[in-house]
Design a protein around this ligand. Sequence first.
Ligand SMILES: [Zn+2]
Length: 386
Amino acid sequence: MTSAPDDPASPAGAGLGWPRLHPTTQSAYNRILWNGGLSKSEVAKELGLSRTRMTAIARDLEAAGLIVEGGREQRANTGRPADMLLAKTDLFHFLGVHVRADELVAAVIDLTNKVVWERRQHVAELDPSVIGAQCRTWLTKAKADGLRVAALAVCGSVERIDGATEGFGLQAVAPEATRSEWEKEFGIPVWAEDDIIALTAFEQWPRLAEDQDSMALISLGRDIGFGLVADRKIILGAHGRAGRFSHVQVANDGARCPLGHRGCLWAESSTTSIVNDIADAQTLGDVIGQAAQGEQTASERLARAARGLGVAAGHILNLLDPDKVILTGDSPLLLDSRTKDFDEGMRSVYTVPDPPVIEVTVFDFLEWARAAAGLALYRRLAEHDH
Ligand SMILES: [Zn+2]
């Protein structure tokens, strides 16, 4: 995707957009930003640049207003003081919009991933014109509040928008043709992507400086989504379909899913399937409530779901050997006091003696929007990085 021309006359456009940078200059900037400041020689070393080339790059970045000199600082790697380059982090902002069936949630972040602005809007129905109109309004308001939005990401599940009926995914509300119209109208790059990819970018992007090269994210809900990072890149697949892993077999017996699999992850662990199996339960919370009151059926059903999730995580560990696995969505709710079942499932396939790094993280509705904004930032900076 190419950047749209910066059009100061564009009504909702952010005015002066992200400056066009040579790929190497963009890479240098990214290194400075991720690391919270670096000396010239550190950047030059990371990117294999000559001193002359690095001096020119620092000059270009300063002229673009993207970095400032940060004074001299003692550097651990050389033991000598060096002139620091610091990124200006409040110069540009990134808008993320998370699409749910009856609500749009917006978050604006600055270059350090910090949320500086947020809004929620109830919507009676979802179609591209509703989303376009709301994005236009928010861009105008953010601009009036002094924010310079340099990119926009509209995110939601490609399988099924949260709270929507089956088969109603992101494509229905932000098709490619509409996305490119928004890009022209708003005068900034616009991405429309799966929210699992956004969450993956959000979790991976700030960790680049810590040498986190790979990770897997599993989001449990009515459906189960997977986000994968390898060699510092989000795996999208040749056709944008990577991470479809929710029908892998995790139990030899077990429930049947609508596709006819027996004991697949969806049948064993999706909240849809758990709730369907328990009488009088409408939500996962109901099933957990029943289990807490000593109902054996509910308790055993949850244990099976946790074990299934563990087997799936074990397969991912075997396949990718990631730095870490993040479990989110309804996983924290399911795994609360059921980590033994999860571990048992994982250990039935993952046989490496060292325990893997597994994080269980809660994301609320705002964090999905924040993740979308993080994706806009990530895409914007990574577009020309090499
Ligand atoms: Zn299945």
